[in-house]
Design a protein. Structure first.
Length: 239
């Protein structure tokens, strides 16, 4: 069963975790600063930062899933940006197709459930289902970095429910971990410097990077516990 404690401990004890959180927090902090100043450079910088962080997440998932003795990627920012670009190229069309399908299904269901309250529940169900397909595609791709694996529809059909359950239980655990890290430090910063403050913003940026490493680790565990298990069961059934 995926463990958020393992994800936290191994990410924290990884090589140069603090240094990497500081380095990758810099573009996040810069984006926030540009946004606060209404600088038009914000849009271009935010796109680059998103690609960088997406590549960071993929690298974390790949490292853990493939049994590496480290979680976080190296300091090679260009390699991480390339991983983010390739990941968006691989998964982007899948996300777009499944998102449009989810919107279509929700529109279709509105004809049967005119009550807005009941329709909200159905929207959560539909987006949860299609979101599980998206996440399964991401996990299949992150394991091998092969674009074709992102469209392994058999793996999606076999594992989407288990992946959905894993991600569903991950979210509250991530929130709790972040609260335990962020709350006490933010309280001290508030006492001595006030909120908002550049120190607080940079600390929050570092926490975002660390959260991505925990998320990538946990998702790799979900992949190992669900998709790999399904693959092993299918192989054994053929023997």
């Amino acid at each position: 069963m995926p463990s958020i404690i393992d994800a936290f401990e191994e990410s924290l004890q990884d090589n140069h975790t603090l240094s990497k959180c500081v380095i990758f927090a810099i573009p996040i902090y810069y984006c926030i600063d540009l946004y606060s100043k209404e600088n038009p450079l914000f849009y271009g910088m935010s796109a680059i930062t998103f690609i960088l962080l997406f590549g960071f997440l993929i690298k974390c998932t790949t490292n853990v899933r493939n049994g590496k003795d480290y979680v976080l990627p190296s300091f090679n920012i260009f390699s991480i940006i390339w991983a983010g670009i390739k990941g968006l190229i691989a998964i982007g069309p899948l996300l777009a197709i499944l998102s449009m399908a989810a919107v279509f299904v929700c529109k279709f269901l509105e004809g049967f459930f005119p009550n807005p309250d009941s329709m909200v529940i159905w929207k959560y169900i539909v987006w949860g289902l299609f979101g599980s397909f998206m996440m399964t595609g991401y996990l299949s791709y992150a394991k091998t970095f092969k674009i074709s694996d992102a469209y392994n529809f058999k793996a999606m059909a076999d594992s989407c429910v288990d992946v959905f359950a894993g991600v569903f239980f991950m979210i509250p655990q991530i929130i709790i971990v972040d609260a335990l890290i962020i709350a006490p430090v933010t309280y001290l910063i508030w006492i001595f410097f006030g909120i908002p403050h550049p120190i607080a913003i940079f600390f929050w940026s570092m926490c975002l990077v660390f959260t991505l490493s925990i998320t990538g680790h946990y998702l790799a565990q979900v992949d190992y516990e669900t998709i790999k298990r399904k693959d092993d069961e299918d192989k054994n059934s053929l023997i």
